[in-house]
Write a protein that binds this ligand. Sequence first.
Ligand code: CTP
Ligand code: ZN
Length: 157
Amino acid sequence: MKTPKELKVKPIRNGTVIDHITANKALNVIKILELPSEKSAVTIAMNVHSSKMGSKDIVKIEGRELKSGEVDKIALIAPNATINIVREYEIVDKSEVHLPDEIKNILECPNPNCITNTDEPVETRFSVIEKEPVILRCYHCERIMTKEDIEAQFKLF
Ligand code: CTP
Ligand code: ZN
């Protein structure tokens, strides 16, 4: 019997492939991107073999090109993710995600007494203290957030 060439998930025609996601973190990535949206088809592969990483997750979003501003927050969950923009089946752009120095309005501060958790309209703001594993500090109350605290805010179930 012929062995088929291994193809994890079928190629997409137009859209974005988020590759090299830390194994088992695809659902957190979906959540941080506020997907699925009504229009785009999303396919997910989890725990697939990777020569570089051992195992990895992949998320493919059909019909939508993610902008660098939206992809950088993925680095909070998957620091080694690569973003591939696909047009007519060809990769037209490949980039890595970069954690910004400050994370604004994405995360909630875990400190119940933080000003961002009161009725005041204050945006959340964290400084990045360490990139990998990520450690953040609240600009307002100095509460430290670890990788586990961050992941807990982007669970689907
Ligand atoms: N891909 C896709 N649809 C396409 C083209 C590519 O879904 N039309 C996916 C591939 O399956 C792969 C990712 O986009 O998961 C990157 O493709 P490619 O650059 O061809 O793979 P590699 O060379 O293995 O990438 P890298 O060098 O980043 O590891
Ligand atoms: Zn705080």
